[in-house]
Design a protein around this ligand. Structure first.
Ligand SMILES: CC(C)(COP(=O)(O)OP(=O)(O)OC[C@H]1O[C@@H](n2cnc3c(N)ncnc32)[C@H](O)[C@@H]1OP(=O)(O)O)[C@@H](O)C(=O)NCCC(=O)NCCS
Length: 146
């Protein structure tokens, strides 16, 4: 079997990324259409692609001189627990380092336990919390990149 690659999102990946996002986050009201608009704004997005080129995971955020912000990360259910989440995080953070970012920040729902575990494993620490508009507990985390 060939390798799973982590690549910068190209235009031909966009619909697949949006479809995967809609599939994984439909329970919190996310739709492919809404995510397509998000992706079309200037974002930093990397995809995990299987040997046939199909998108099986993605990470999306923004990068600036002062820091990077992670908006979303997800891996298709049957491709989890193989190190893809970690590879996506590392790729995103390295892009931030190249741009001179000193910190990475993210907000996540407290209910996303697998993601919080991944972030803790990557060296993120919790430094705040707040309620989302639908009254869910949101956790803010960050880490130094250098
Ligand atoms: C969070 C998420 C992206 C993690 O993706 P993943 O590809 O499963 O992540 P990894 O494989 O790198 O790590 C997950 C676990 O697999 C383990 N693992 C990694 N490679 C492995 C391997 N080859 N064999 C066995 N286990 C492995 C890791 O050690 C880790 O274990 P832990 O949970 O006990 O710490 C995924 O669970 C997901 O898509 N969740 C739903 C979406 C979500 O909540 N996103 C966050 C909100 S923005």
């Amino acid at each position: 079997m060939g390798k799973v690659q982590i690549v910068s999102m190209r235009p031909e990946h966009m619909r697949q990324v949006a479809a995967l996002h809609g599939e994984i986050f439909q329970n919190i009201g996310e739709t492919p259409r809404k995510f397509l608009s998000f992706l079309k704004a200037k974002r930093l997005v990397f995809c995990a692609t299987d040997p046939s080129g199909k998108v099986i995971g993605y990470v999306a955020g923004v990068v600036s001189l002062s820091g990077i912000y992670l908006n979303w990360i997800a891996v298709k259910k049957n491709s989890r627990n193989k190190g893809l989440g970690l590879r996506l995080m590392n790729t995103f953070e390295n892009e931030g380092r190249k741009a001179g970012a000193a910190f990475a920040t993210l907000d996540t729902r407290n209910e996303f336990k697998d993601a919080i575990k991944l972030y803790l494993d990557c060296g993120y620490r919790i430094f705040g919390c707040q309620l989302s508009p639908d009254e869910k507990l949101m956790i803010r985390m960050n880490r130094k990149l250098n």
